[in-house]
Design a protein around this ligand. Structure first.
Ligand code: C5P
Length: 234
C-alpha cells in the first residue's frame, strides 16, 4: 500500500552482489541481480521512507527518490553501511556478500602459464574470510532496539534439512530481528521477477509466507513485517 506508513522512516538497504577482485580483469562474484533489494527500496520510497541503497554491481536504474551509493567489494559495502548505521531506523540486508575474497590482489593479469618451470601448472588461489556485515551490525547495535535489522538467507536446502530449518538456525545465529528466507537454485530466484519467501521473526511471533509473487509484493510483505517489529519496540 502507499498509505504512507513509512513517512519519515529512514531505511538503509544493501542490494546486489559483491565482487572480489583477483587481478585487473577477474573477480569472484555471484548471481545476485539486485532486483529484490531494489524492489524493497522502491516500495519503501513509495510508502514515504527516506531510502538509501548501498548497491554492489547492480545493472538496474535507481528507483525514484532513492539515494544510491555504488560499491564493489564486501569491505567497501561494510564501510558504507557502518557509516549509515546511526542514520537508519530500518536496515534491510538484501545483498549477496562474498564470504571469501582472494588473499592477495595481483596487480597485473595472471597469465595462463604463470610458472615458467611448469607451463602446464594451474595457479592456486588463496582465499581469506570477509567480515559478516550483518552480524557486525547486530553486535554494534548491542541492546538498542534501533535500527530494526532484516537479514536474508538464500538456501538450497540440504539432505535432511529443509530450507526453513536452515533459516531458523541462521536467524538464531545472526541475531537479526527478521530473516527473509528464500529458496534458490539454478532455476529459482536469481534474476527472476517472481519470488517466494518465508519471513521469520526472532521474537517468536509467527512467521509469514509470501509469494509466489512479484518482488514488489514480496518487498511490501518484508516492509510490513519490519514495520510491525519497529512499532512493537518503540
Ligand atoms: O550467512 P549468509 O551469507 O547466508 O547470510 C546472509 C545474510 O547475511 C544476508 O542478509 C547478507 O546480506 C548478510 N551477509 C553479510 N556479510 C557477509 C555475508 C552475508 O552481511 N559476509
Amino acid at each position: 500500500s502507499d498509505r504512507g506508513d513509512y513517512a519519515g522512516v529512514r531505511v538503509l538497504i544493501t542490494a546486489g552482489g559483491t565482487r572480489e577482485p583477483l587481478d585487473p580483469v577477474r573477480f569472484l562474484g555471484n548471481r545476485s541481480s539486485g532486483k529484490q533489494g531494489y524492489a524493497v527500496a522502491a516500495r519503501a520510497a513509495a510508502r514515504g521512507a527516506h531510502v538509501r541503497v548501498v548497491s554492489a554491481n547492480v545493472a538496474l536504474p535507481a528507483p525514484a527518490g532513492v539515494e544510491v551509493t555504488a560499491v564493489g567489494t564486501a569491505l567497501e559495502m561494510q564501510a558504507s553501511v557502518r557509516a549509515d548505521l546511526g542514520w537508519a531506523d530500518v536496515v534491510v540486508m538484501a545483498a549477496a556478500v562474498a564470504d571469501f575474497r582472494p588473499a592477495a590482489y595481483v596487480e597485473s593479469k595472471i597469465k595462463k602459464t604463470h610458472d615458467p618451470a611448469d607451463p602446464e601448472a594451474a595457479p592456486v588461489i588463496e582465499l581469506v574470510r570477509n567480515p559478516d556485515i550483518l552480524a557486525g551490525l547486530v553486535a554494534e547495535r548491542g541492546d538498542a532496539s534501533t535500527p530494526v535489522i532484516v537479514g536474508f538467507a538464500a538456501e538450497t536446502g540440504e539432505p535432511g534439512r529443509s530450507v526453513l530449518a536452515l533459516g531458523a538456525e541462521k536467524l538464531a545465529r545472526k541475531g537479526c530481528d527478521l530473516l527473509v528466507v528464500n529458496e534458490v537454485g539454478v532455476d529459482k530466484t536469481f534474476g527472476l521477477d517472481d519470488n517466494t519467501v518465508h519471513i521469520l521473526r526472532r521474537d517468536g511471533q509467527p512467521g509469514i509466507q509470501a509469494g509466489p509473487a512479484s518482488k514488489a509484493v514480496i518487498a511490501d510483505a518484508i516492509l510490513d513485517a519490519a514495520r510491525d517489529v519497529r512499532l512493537g519496540s518503540l
